[in-house]
Design a protein around this ligand. Sequence first.
Ligand SMILES: [Zn+2]
Ligand SMILES: [Zn+2]
Length: 150
Amino acid sequence: MACYGNRYYQTPKGKAWHEQYYVKNRSKINKKRLGRNRKDEHLKYKEKRNKCNRDWSHDLKQEWANAYGGKCSCCGESILEFLTVEHTNHNGKEDRAARGFGPKLLATLRKEGWPKEGYDIFCMNCNWATRNKKVCPHRRISLDILTGEK
Ligand SMILES: [Zn+2]
Ligand SMILES: [Zn+2]
């Protein structure tokens, strides 16, 4: 459908009309072309769109972090970019399927009033390290220290 309009220009009649139109309106067309920088327009649009998305998810994430204590429950990491949702019931797979993940999950949690049951806040490191119900090395280390002191 998008190409249909161009087909007219490929017929002799269409070509003739187009040429004539161009000759008649040359200055107008050139001015229009010069005034427009498609690449710039595109970049501006892209930037605006990215910024919009970024702000939305950033605000939401900040809100989520505040609701859950603002730092990793394991190591205390508080840089927002590192923080992630921890499924304390280790049902991450099912939960992601049911509620989504990333901003979508955060939006759902917000709707539900930030439920604490089954959710905690972990940094990427601790989240990664505790997959498959493993104990985070942070906790192992502190356990070692504790047992070493005894
Ligand atoms: Zn951590
Ligand atoms: Zn940890």
